[in-house]
Design a protein around this ligand. Sequence first.
Ligand code: M6R
Length: 615
Amino acid sequence: MCGIVGFVGEEHAKERIVEGLKRLEYRGYDSAGIALPIDGRIEIRKHVGELENLEKIIADPTFDAAAGIGHTRWATHGAPSDVNAHPHGNQDNSIAIVHNGIIENYQEIREWLSTEYGVRFKSDTDSEVIAHLIGIYYDGDLHKAMNKAVEDMKGAYAVCAIAAAEPDKIVAVRKDAPLVAGLGNGCNFIASDIPAMLKYIKEFYTIENNETVVLTKDDITIYNEKGEKVKRDVLHVSWDADAAEKEGYEHFMLKEIHEQPKGISETLLRRLDANGNVVLDGISMSKEDIEKLDRIYIVACGTAYHAGLVGKSIIEKLVKVPVEVDVASEFRYRDPFVDDRTLFIAISQSGETQDTLQSLREAKAKGARILSVVNVVGSSVARESDDVFYTWAGPEIAVASTKAYTTQLICMYLIAMYMGRTRGTLSQEDHDRLLGELKALPEKVEQIFQSEEKLAYLAKKYQYKEHIFFIGRGMDAGVAYEGSLKLKEISYIHSFAIAAGELKHGTIALMDPTVLVIALATQDGKIGEDSLYDKMVSNIVEVTSRGARVIALVKDGMEKVEQISDEVIYIPRCADEVAPVLSVIPLQIFAYYVAKERGENIDKPRNLAKSVTVE
Ligand code: M6R
């Protein structure tokens, strides 16, 4: 998610803007830049990567001004790179803009600008068209030119612009992307988020959709769509900057857990057409490519690997092609059977995990078709894949992955459904039933949040356990691995996950009254001899009879399990296939509260990095 900061005052714009950008780092970004009006021209400096890279190239004290705009970019159109970073200038850099959002008709505008005005584009972004539009409409009045440009733009945007000929002014506009103006003393700010300005000011004006705002050092004037001045009440804020970044949550992990309904909807809705069919926009796999596949590998690490375990179940069920799931550090070295009838699916939140990337290269060299499921646009895994299926989780800051996992699962369902329909192994009726189940998930995740207090209570009660086992069968087994990883990585409690049926082959020897077992038993679709639920009931009895305490995780309506378990956590009723998306949520929340009770550094656990770029 991009971040915007603009400042207009008497001096030191650079320092204010950089400070603001640092405060927006929590949103995630891949490049950053700043534009200042200096000596009758606009000077733009920008750099891919961390803000530190930008700071190095703007250290020169002559690069400063009384006003300016800055940006941290989270790539959507065009890979992360110096040229695609914002700000963008018009043809002669007399205008510069920063933009959050997506200009949907940018291709049309690009064509028009190049045919009619001979505009030559420097970047691959949608945003650059805004600078050129303002440039061609500019006749000495930036506000007027912005209003004209907006008439041509479709999509979502928060845009801030500066002009070399009006160095003491910033003009901004908002439509479906956040923008807030900050009221200073002899200076004013504009930013995509309040934390960017909190170091300097505590009074703000919210900017509403379709409003433009003109900032000088002494004034902030807001205009509505008709060009009339708008009177807005001042918003006084008493939060400190740290609290504001987390939107009131104590940790990013908790915030990200709560962002899952949104991430799931976004990931789902961006891949559905008006008739509710899955569309693989931008994915070049043809019907023939899908039909010729005879083997699929899903390769990933950590949480992403656990998403792959669920992916295997669903793809095999809907597509009827054998799927192997492997951790990338193993796949790389085991000389797997890969040829041009193989589909290699890499799953990675960051898209930079070294083992996953190397496995991808290995599979590609052997002729496999590469489809990646990635959250970070333009990352190495995305760039080196034949096709990319993006998750729309938004930036994930906490090291413990939460919303990336659930959105990866959604991608697994969509890929399976699309391939199942294409290969004729999934009926339209089953497709529609599953789609209905997927669409209901965001609401059901919200319902699970109502159990947060109970989960916090259980966390407090069991925080001193030294060994916690997670067990499950079928799709629940995959989720058990993820629940266990979540718990151990942030609470540092020893935890182990195992397919419940495997317990009796060794691990059951460890069951005694000191042990806590978290038993996932959501798979109740089938009844009778083959019922996974009944088998889980037997497994629960096996461990409780050896003294272990049990927390069972089941669907609503499975209250009978209360008779054999110490505690029961319920998730809303759903089809067995989609239960993993719901059952992982209480496990994430439980892990979070256990770590909190134990006073651990939840967002940055020891020895771990968000992106593992070493082997
Ligand atoms: O960025 P990736 O998805 O490739 O990262 C893979 C793992 O390092 C990652 O999922 C890790 O296991 C998480 N921190 C677990 O919460």
